[in-house]
Design a protein around this ligand. Structure first.
Ligand code: ADE
Length: 227
């Protein structure tokens, strides 16, 4: 899987994702991270990539030309046919586990990270296939959102996690939040590990975990139980 990211801050994404599990997956060539600096494609003699919005209003808008040329270069250099192009925007469809699993089937995904007050709509219309938000709040730019998506998609790719089972039993696979987990010691500051987990009785443990998952989902995310 190749993740291509069009951004004004490539080092932010590289630093974040070259760490921990995604970093290991990049090093072992299970995933590839190709961050491309949009600013390299500007034809403006001062290196500007943004300008004032037509019609007035606050903030600056990212111009179409550097983004379009950046996109064309990524597609040509990597010989990509019909790529999914994800624009990170609070005005998009909300990202979830199902979308993550779908996107994990692609060979290439190109992410476009916006900054300033927005991106010229014409280039979005020309290249973007998916407008995606990571939640109902506004970030200063799309970079953190792209990192969230890449992290999540990566762990749905075979070989990225050490154990495939953990991706299957975790929250959202069954529309339930995950049950609580415990490890040694058996007593921590007077708090004891639930007795059933020490019993070695697998049926009872499974039943207890299902109950806990249901209780937690009912308390924290009742909306997940509705469909
Ligand atoms: N850019 C700014 N806010 C965002 C959000 N919530 N999701 C995706 N991209 C964004």
């Amino acid at each position: 899987m190749n993740f291509h990211v069009m951004t004004l801050f490539p080092e932010m994404i590289e630093q974040g994702l070259n760490t921990s599990i995604t970093g290991r997956a990049i090093n072992s060539n299970i995933i590839r991270l190709n961050c491309v600096d949009i600013r390299k494609y500007t034809k403006d003699k001062h290196g500007h990539v943004d300008d004032y919005p037509y019609g007035g209003g606050a903030g600056m808008v990212m111009q179409a030309q550097p983004i379009y040329d950046c996109y064309m270069d990524i597609v040509a250099k990597n010989n990509i046919k019909n790529p999914r192009v994800v624009f990170l925007t609070p005005a998009g469809r909300t990202f979830n586990q199902q979308m993550s699993r779908e996107l994990a089937k692609e060979d290439d995904i190109i992410f476009l990270c916006g900054h300033y007050e927005g991106v010229d709509e014409r280039v979005i219309e020309m290249i973007v296939t998916d407008n995606v938000s990571i939640g109902d709040y506004v970030l200063t730019g799309g970079e953190l959102a792209a990192m969230v998506m890449i992290d999540s998609i990566s762990r749905n790719i075979k070989g990225v996690l050490n154990n495939d089972i953990s991706a299957e039993t975790e929250s959202f696979t069954t529309n339930m939040l995950e049950y609580p987990q415990y490890t040694r010691p058996e007593i921590f500051m007077d708090k004891k590990v639930p007795e059933v987990l020490l019993s070695g009785h697998h049926k009872n443990i499974e039943k207890w975990r299902e109950e806990q998952a249901y209780k937690r989902t009912l308390e924290r995310r009742p909306d997940l139980l509705q469909d």
